[in-house]
Design a protein around this ligand. Structure first.
Ligand SMILES: *Cc1c(COP(=O)(O)O)cnc(C)c1O
Length: 299
């Protein structure tokens, strides 16, 4: 008789209670919520947004489907989720530069290693996805109601910290893409949440908020950025602030959102408040961003 042993890998992903560090940057004091440290494979705000799908049982699901850019942080995090859950992962993108295809790096490289099936389709439309019982469809960037599950936990950690350290003048700052993280944090926090748009401009971000929450009194405060940034484009000033942050705080931030976030926070800094900056992860994406910065500016 043959005994088959099935080794079920027990995955302990503790994505709760990331540390909060005190740092000084440009002679100002900040607190930083280290969601980049949640777990080496599943971190940042994508881990918070997808926590619901990690924790809940989906007995009928065998395939995860999503879409978005070819270097997205969400794509990578979903590839980890699919692997942990033993789901097939299909990801649609409408564009793939030949350079990246031939030299996979960053999120793209590691998502492929996790078994991602990439479909490049210029005419991709999410309406055409076959959404059946065995398919779980996740909106681009994780802009969906289920994201509130993990973000409620993050809000709780922040509130507890505020109570414990008796910080009455605390404000929370984080840069936005879809705005989902900022919006849901504000829903669960009675602390003002401040943000800025890294994709599109403030009016685009406002629309995103309205899509998830009609009551404007529950929206985060949007700070205008100094100029309109094109998402994913390289700006020397972004690299410079990123590098200074790394030197002064010893924390590596993300190169896509965080430089815009920090510059905007510094421009609006008011020393009657204490600011908690949320580090939303995304460091795997730095690999390809740094390559591009080096290539463009010879840094
Ligand atoms: C995805 C992401 C964001 C944007 O999050 P939204 O919830 O879409 O606003 C910000 N920072 C990092 C590092 C991210 O990966």
């Amino acid at each position: 008789m043959i005994l088959a042993f099935f080794y079920v890998e027990y995955i302990m992903i503790n994505i709760k209670n990331s540390p909060i560090n005190s740092v000084t940057f440009q002679d100002k004091k900040f607190l930083v919520k280290r969601d980049d440290l949640l777990h080496k494979d599943f971190s940042g705000n994508k881990a918070r947004k997808f926590f619901y799908f990690l924790e809940k049982e989906f007995p009928h699901t065998d395939t995860l489907v999503s879409h978005g850019s070819n270097q997205s942080n969400a794509m990578y995090s979903l590839s980890v989720l699919a692997k942990l859950k033993n789901w097939k992962f299909i990801y649609y993108t409408n564009h793939m530069p030949s350079y990246l295809k031939e030299n996979p790096q960053g999120n793209y490289k590691y998502a492929l290693q996790n078994g991602m099936n990439l479909i490049i389709d210029e005419e991709f439309s999410k309406e055409n996805i076959d959404k059946n019982k065995t398919t779980l469809f996740i909106e681009e960037g994780g802009a969906l109601e289920e994201a509130c599950y993990g973000l409620e936990l993050l809000a709780k950690e922040i509130s507890e910290y505020k109570e414990l350290h008796k910080i009455d003048n605390l404000k929370v700052f984080l840069p936005s893409g879809t705005g989902t993280t900022a919006l849901f944090l504000q829903r669960y926090l009675d602390i003002e949440v401040l943000t800025c748009a890294c994709v599109g401009d403030a009016s685009y971000l406002k629309k995103q908020f309205l899509y998830l929450e009609l009551d404007e009194s529950k929206h985060p405060t949007i700070y205008e950025t100094k100029k309109k940034y094109h998402f994913g484009k390289l700006y020397k000033e972004n690299y410079i602030v990123w590098k200074e942050l790394h030197l002064e705080t010893t924390i590596e931030f993300d190169l896509l959102y965080d430089p815009i976030g920090w510059n905007t926070l510094l421009n609006n800094f008011d020393d009657s408040y204490r600011y908690l900056y949320i580090h939303q992860g995304g460091l795997i994406g730095n690999e390809s961003m740094l390559q591009r910065y080096i290539h463009k500016y010879g840094l």
